[in-house]
Design a protein around this ligand. Sequence first.
Ligand code: ADP
Length: 545
Amino acid sequence: MDIAAPDHQSIFAENLPKTGANYVPLSPLSFLRRSERVFAEKTAVTHHGRSWTYRQFAERCRRFAAGVRAAGVRPGECVAVLAPNGPPALEAHYGVPLAGAVLCALNTLLDAATIGFILNHAEAKLLLVDREWAPKAKAALAGLGRELRVIEIADEAAPAGLTLDAPEYEDWLAAHEPAAWSGPADEWDAIAVCYTSGTTGNPKGVVYHHRGAYLGALGAALEIGLTPASAYLWTLPMFHCSGWTFTWGVTAIGATHVCLRKIEPGAIFQKILDHNVTHMCGAPIVLNMLVNATPAQIKALPHPVRAATGGAAPPTAIIAGMERLGFFMQHVYGLTEVYGPSSTCEPQPEWPALTLEERAKKLSRQGVPNIAEEDFTVLAPDGGVVPADGATIGELAFRGNVVMKGYLKNPKATEEVFRNGWFLTGDLGVMHPDSYIEIKDRSKDIIISGGENISSLEVEEVLYRHPLIREAAVVAAPDEKWGEIPCAFIVLKDDAVLTVEDVTAFCKQNMAGFKVPKKVLFQELPKTSTGKIQKNLLRQALKSS
Ligand code: ADP
């Protein structure tokens, strides 16, 4: 939609100014302020056998804000957190912005050097660390070249014996009187900075604003169908795009946050039963763990649990496997730059009548813009939109209010991704006649063999359908004759036996000949800190072999 510029002075524009009564900068802080009032005695958070009401949760966040201010952190400065899913990581999403500061939730799987890089790049002024990560934090701090104030979180569920000898989180909260509610002066102010996983060099700091966080969170809550009666299980890290904005969305609706420190299939099923969990999110890798869980770990679900998945292409076989376990699947797509998922594969009324396989196939598409995003399209190289023919490949692009401000201290990278009013994702795909978008590959992952494009995702999709294959990744291997050939890396299910010939025969039955992997290797797959398969490492290994 283009913005219509008036060519005359409208009578409605005169003397009708924004005032405190009719305009409040949008901020997710408003959600907790409301839930504190409306749901005061309702359970807001559960963790490791304990729970906190919305009154208690809000009070803790307000104490957190007072602590941040008392530590000398000024508005617009950064507070970093290195903690698993639990009350402190959640409270940071309110305590830090209430102090006017900007949250940097660190990925706990990063190495000390990268953590050090991020702390200095974001110029963090305060760091909160869960004791489990004390050794890593110590190493990062040692290489920082400056002093940084630290608060340590002594979570009961953390392994014993580790410490940073810093003030403890609970004592720190108790030492400060709750701050009064206030919001940002401008909804465009930064609320958080999330670092991309940095598969191609140093990670980039993606800056979120209060407005985007507010709209993204409401969109997320609406899309997944949260109500005040919902219980949301934290199977997605809160440090990943602020938990796809559910850190704020669950609070907005007054549902319950059910924390989970470690992602284990048995624990996930148990939490669902113990807390009457209704909703959760997770990357396909987490779903794959559930689908492949042992019979002892799997529990019959008392009701369908709505699960949103994205972050990587979920193979149809995994979606179908989850639905068989009793989950109701929602497929979402996005990137850190658009606060996590910003498109959704909106189910149509006729889909439930389809067979499970047909439905799973429809659901494996990345879909349409979600409620909070303005537009999602596929752009041709000339900047126009590709025809909706399901065949013409272009670059996926978003525009709207749930798009980052830009990359921190990196105008060149920011300029590269913002073009002609669109945010370019770097992903390639097609638009189907029903306007649903389907990703074919990341631009750097597409395989060009003898001049033909091969979507690695399409080949993987077939491999995942093989009953003995647990994980698969297909990348380009250099080849003298073809330029590139598809090479499949495969992890088999426990105790499964499969030969290269078996895999090739299976592929030949299920795809065009030129797409069949010409090389098949059985080996573990390297993963990023967010659990994504590092295809760049697989490609490198092939080049040097
Ligand atoms: P990084 O770029 O560091 O991997 P992100 O978490 O921002 O970090 O990853 C975004 C990328 O993940 C997208 O550009 C896309 O390639 C992939 N992705 C996300 N969701 C999906 C999905 N539903 N289907 C396929 N790919 C996805």
